[in-house]
Design a protein around this ligand. Structure first.
Ligand code: COA
Ligand code: NAP
Length: 275
C-alpha cells in the first residue's frame, strides 16, 4: 500500500522555518524523509535549525534572507534549487507581530508588518515560482485568525494576513492550470511560540486563550505540521485554494475576544479597556 506521507526524494522549502511553528513544520517534513531547506534573517538561527535537522538524519540546508529583499530570496532559492532540484513543497510563514493600537503605531510600524507578511508573501511566491515542480508542487501560506477576525491592537496584522489569504486564493487560480496547488493554514494559539509570547504575555491572557478554544487546549507546532503533511501529500491532491483552520475551533469563538484583552494591555486604566 502506498505511504502517502513518504516525502523521500522531495524537496521542501520553509521560508521563516527557523523557529516556532515553521521550524516545527520543517522538522516534521524531515521526519518524513524530505530534503529540507529553511530560510530566515538570522544566519545563526538558520545554522542551528539545519544542524538540528541533520541531527535527525535529514538532508538539510539553509540560507539567510529577509523576505523584504527579493534579490536575497532569489539567490538563496537558486542555491537550493541547484543542490536539491525543483521544490515539491513550499511553505511561506515569515511574519512579524506586536500588539499596538492604530494610534500607537507610526506609519513605519504599520508598514513593517505589511512589508514582512504581505509583500513578503508576494516576494516569496515570485522568487520561488521558477523553481516549483510543475506539475506537482504544493504551496502552503501560513495565515492567522486575524485575517478574518478583526482584533484590537492588530490592525496591521489583520490587514496583512487578509491579503495573504487573498494572494493564496488568487494563486490557486493562476497556478492551478499548471498542476500546482496553493493553500493556506490558519493556526490557532500555538503553545511556546513567539507569536503567543507577544499576544499572550501573561498567564491570565494565555489561560483565557486556551479556555476559549472549543477543544480547551493550545495547539502545538506539530498540529500545524500534520496539516501541512496532508495538504502537501497526495491525500490533499484535490484541495486547492483552501484556507484550512487548524485551531481547535477557535475561529468559531471569534478567537476568544483576544483583541479586547490586547486593547486592555495597550491602554490600561481606561474605561473601555476594562469593559
Ligand atoms: N509598538 C509600536 N510600534 C512598534 C512596536 C510596538 N510594540 N515594535 C516595533 N514597532 C515599530 C518600530 O518603532 C518601528 O517604527 P519607527 O521606525 O517609526 O520607530 C517599526 O515598528 C519597525 O520596527 P523595527 O524594529 O525597525 O523593524 P524590524 O524590521 O527590525 O522588525 C518587527 C520587525 C517589528 C515586526 C519585529 O518585531 C520582528 O522582527 N518580528 C519577528 C518575530 C515575530 O514578530 N514573531 C511573531 C510572529 S506571529
Ligand atoms: P516565530 O517563531 O517568530 O517565527 C517567525 C519566523 O520567521 C522565524 O523563523 C523568523 O526568523 C522568520 N522571520 C521573521 N521576520 C522575517 C523576515 N523579515 N524575513 C525572513 N524571515 C523572517 O513565530 P511563530 O509564532 O512561530 O509564527 C509563525 C507563523 O505562524 C507566522 O506566519 C504567524 O503569523 C503564524 N501564526 C502564529 C500563531 C501563534 O500562535 N504563534 C498563531 C497564528 C498564526 P528570523 O528572526 O531569523 O528572521
Amino acid at each position: 500500500m502506498k505511504n502517502f506521507l513518504d516525502f523521500s526524494d522531495k524537496t521542501v522549502v520553509v521560508i521563516g522555518g527557523t523557529s516556532g511553528i515553521n521550524r516545527g513544520i520543517a522538522e516534521l517534513f524531515a521526519r518524513h524523509a524530505a530534503r529540507v531547506a529553511v530560510a530566515s534573517r538570522s544566519q545563526q538561527k538558520v545554522d542551528d535549525t539545519v544542524a538540528s535537522l541533520r541531527a535527525c538524519g535529514a538532508e538539510a540546508m539553509g540560507f539567510s534572507a529577509d523576505v523584504r529583499d527579493p534579490a536575497a530570496l532569489a539567490s538563496g532559492l537558486a542555491t537550493v534549487h541547484e543542490a536539491y532540484g525543483p521544490f515539491s513543497v513550499l511553505v511561506s510563514g515569515a511574519a512579524g507581530n506586536f500588539p499596538a493600537l492604530l494610534t500607537q503605531m507610526s506609519a513605519n510600524a504599520f508598514r513593517a508588518v505589511i512589508d514582512i507578511d504581505l509583500i513578503g508573501t508576494f516576494n516569496v511566491m515570485q522568487a520561488a515560482y521558477p523553481y516549483l515542480l510543475k506539475p506537482g508542487a504544493a504551496v502552503i501560506n501560513i495565515s492567522a485568525p486575524q485575517a478574518t477576525i478583526p482584533m484590537e491592537a492588530q490592525s496591521h496584522v489583520c490587514a496583512a494576513k487578509a491579503g495573504v489569504e487573498m494572494i493564496t486564493r488568487c494563486l490557486a487560480l493562476e497556478w492551478g492550470a499548471q498542476g500546482m496547488r496553493v493553500n493556506g493554514i490558519v493556526p490557532g494559539p500555538i503553545d511556546g511560540t513567539e507569536g503567543m509570547q507577544r499576544l499572550a504575555p501573561n498567564a491570565a491572557i494565555r489561560d483565557a486563550a486556551r479556555d476559549s478554544v472549543p477543544l480547551r487546549r493550545l495547539g502545538s507546532p506539530e498540529d500545524i505540521g500534520n496539516a501541512c503533511l496532508f495538504l502537501a501529500s497526495d491525500l490533499g491532491s484535490y484541495v486547492n485554494g483552501a484556507i484550512l483552520p487548524v485551531e481547535g475551533g477557535w475561529l468559531q469563538s471569534g478567537a476568544g475576544g483576544l483583541g479586547r484583552m490586547l486593547a486592555t494591555l495597550a491602554r490600561p486604566g481606561t474605561a473601555s479597556a476594562e469593559k
